[in-house]
Structure formats: C-alpha cells, structure tokens
Design a protein around this ligand. Structure first.
Ligand code: FES
Length: 152
C-alpha cells in the first residue's frame, strides 16, 4: 500500500507491505530492510522538470529504519539524492520548503550558516564545512519513478 503525505511542504511516499510479502517479517509484523526497495521517492519528470540549471526539491520517506529527509537534485542531466542534513551541524539545509539553491540557482546552500555545495557531488565548496560533503543516497529510476535503493 502506498502512502503519501505532505509535511512542511514536502511530499513523502512510503510503501507498507501487508501480510507475508517479501521483506515483511511475519514474526513481529515489522518491515525489514528489503522493503526499502519498494520505497518511492518521487516521479522526477513530474516533480523535478528539467530547467536551464539545477532543480532541487525535498522529500520525506518512511523506511524500515525510520524517516529520512532527502534532497533530490536534477543537475547536468542527472538525478542526485542527498540526505537533507548539513555536514556542519546536522541540521536540514532549508528553512523554507524546497528552498535549497543559492540566489544564482547554481549551488545547494545551507540556510543556517550559508555553506555552498556542488549539486553534482555534494562537496562543500565554501563555508564552515569545506572538505566535507552531503551524504549521497543510492537511488534508481524505474518506469519513471525514483526509488530508494535497499542499501541507500
Ligand atoms: S549548519 Fe549548515 S553551514 Fe552551518
């Protein structure tokens, strides 16, 4: 069953298994790590239409390991997924929904102290966490849907 919810302007999707399906532990009824294969993040062509520069949006997904806040970026024809957590202090990058890019619309920016990140690889280019990176999340597109990888 697919659940979608909005939280602070972010859309989240999660899939919860019923009964004894793959990845469902019948002993305690909890979902297992295998369920992450079925966790849908977004539909990139709908949620992040290609623009002249990078496009970024935030999504919340519920996994068997807990809720994860993600940033999905379309940049240079590729999709990148990062944890929405600044390496400086661990807070979310944005204060406002889906506001991740700097004023030039080229780099990801942390709203707290202004660190700037390369959207192509998550490296901090300027600010208090230079040399560190956003945590990349493994994901894949299948039939137009971006899914969190099991080990993502
Ligand atoms: S918390 Fe992000 S730059 Fe300080």
């Amino acid at each position: 069953m697919l659940f979608a919810r909005r939280r602070g302007g972010h859309v989240s999707f999660a899939v919860f298994a019923r009964g004894e399906g793959a990845g469902h532990d019948p002993r305690d009824g909890k979902l297992t790590a295998d369920d992450n294969r079925a966790i849908r993040i977004c539909e990139p062509d709908v949620d992040l239409p290609a623009g002249d520069g990078p496009v970024a949006r935030g999504f919340t997904v519920d996994t068997s390991a807990g809720t994860r806040e993600l940033i999905v970026v379309r940049v240079a024809g590729e999709l990148k997924v990062y944890e929405n957590r600044c390496p400086h202090t661990g807070v979310a990058l944005n204060w406002l929904p889906d506001q991740f890019l700097d004023v030039q619309g080229e780099l990801l920016q942390c709203a707290t102290h202004g660190a700037l990140f390369d959207p192509r690889d998550g490296r901090c280019l300027r600010g208090p966490c230079v040399g560190q990176s956003l945590h990349a999340v493994a994901a894949h597109v299948e039939d137009g849907v971006l899914y969190l990888d099991a080990q993502g």
